[in-house]
Design a protein around this ligand. Structure first.
Ligand code: KG4
Ligand code: ZN
Length: 346
């Protein structure tokens, strides 16, 4: 078997990253630069600042990844760059960088959907994870349940009609004055709180529709905080419990209503959350499924997952034109119906 080597580039949000991954799942190098310090004063990611930061750091990261692996562009078989969905300025920086390298080195370009990177990342960590599998994709920008059927074939079973789960964690952190990024801070604070102390809603729970909603939960957190009656650790713990309950209810519904598969998989930054992982392990056990989660560094945004999605696409003969246009919105399942009330989420 020819051991193809893929260079992956990620720049869709606030992490700039470059990785070299081979099709036998060896990660030869991974270089990542976060932008937390740049965005922290604003309490969230500022798109213009993100794009400028990617433009400054991506090329040095790519050079460092090649140097660490002891490889040159000539050794690379294809260049995979995130081409959406995400903040358009950053996506364009990464995609154009990928195109320029592909053109200069005369290598094929693979335009990777960032969500496909998350969706396939568990297969980079687990060689025995086969298609099809049931996936909960929970990140700052997305909250979806997908049936991953094959490379490039994704059936969307549920999505959020408003905020993503990670967004709800980030907003709760902001309300409670914990800073950005909020997910890990809310989880830490919640450890000292009582998850039953604050009555909070569980939007759409037991609804016939398959989808998620977190906007009402966030508003309830604001109201609870404004009463001044509750300790912040109790609000954090109660919010986290409500999120776990919503994710569980929708996930179980999707599992029992779809043809059985043997694997339940989680991906995306929110998969770092301990209580959410514990709930997923329990759901898997109750439904006779094996539970797989990528290591934490592979759950949050990174370039190894983009290189790996590139490797999977390259092996399937899926390469792209150099005139591929960046897509700020790019649903993984284009045939999925728009969820009622859904905003611009993919
Ligand atoms: O996948 P990711 O790195 O970026 C996106 O593509 O969105 O996910 C980042 C999200 C943020 O909203 C962050 O607050 C959340 O994942 N997150 C967590 C935890 N760690 C990261 N949420 C809850 N608990 C955590 N421990
Ligand atoms: Zn992501």
């Amino acid at each position: 078997m020819i051991m193809s080597l893929i260079l992956g580039i990620e720049s869709s949000c606030d992490e700039s990253a470059a990785a070299l991954v081979s099709c036998d799942r060896t990660i030869l190098a991974h270089k990542l630069a976060g932008q937390e310090a740049e965005h922290a004063p604003f309490g969230g990611v500022v798109p213009e600042i993100a794009a400028r930061a990617h433009a400054e750091i991506l090329t040095p990261l790519i050079e460092a990844a090649l140097a660490e692996a002891g490889k040159s562009l000539d050794d690379v078989d294809a260049i995979a760059a995130t081409a959406g969905p995400g903040l358009i300025g950053g996506v364009m920086v990464g995609l154009v960088t990928g195109k320029a390298l592909a053109m200069a080195a005369d290598k094929p370009l693979i335009a990777v959907n960032h969500l496909e990177g998350h969706a396939l990342s568990p297969r980079l960590a687990n060689p025995d994870l086969n298609f099809p599998y049931h996936l909960l994709l929970v990140s700052g920008g997305h909250c979806q349940i997908l049936r991953v059927e094959a490379v490039g074939q994704y059936r969307r079973l549920a999505t959020t009609i408003d905020d993503a789960a990670g967004e709800a964690f980030d907003k709760t952190a902001k309300i409670l004055g914990l800073g950005y990024p909020g997910g890990p801070k809310v989880e830490q604070l919640a450890k000292r709180g009582d998850p039953t102390a604050v009555p909070l809603p569980r939007p759409l729970i037991r609804s016939k529709e398959p989808h998620f909603s977190f906007a009402g939960l966030k508003s309830a957190v604001v109201r609870a905080y404004q009463t001044g009656q509750y300790r912040t650790e109790d609000i954090a713990a109660s919010f986290q419990q409500a999120t776990v309950d919503c994710l569980k209810d929708r996930l179980v519904k999707s599992i029992v209503e779809t043809e059985p598969v043997s694997d339940l998989v989680v991906a995306g930054g929110v998969a770092a959350n301990g209580p959410i992982r514990a709930m997923l392990e329990q759901v898997a056990e109750e439904h006779d499924m094996r539970f797989t989660a990528p290591p934490l560094w592979l759950c949050t945004d990174n370039a190894a997952m983009i290189a790996w999605a590139g490797a999977e696409r390259f092996a399937a003969g899926l390469i792209d034109d150099l005139n591929f246009v960046a897509r700020p919105r790019w649903p993984l399942d284009p045939s999925a119906e728009k969820a009622r009330g859904a905003g611009i989420k993919a």
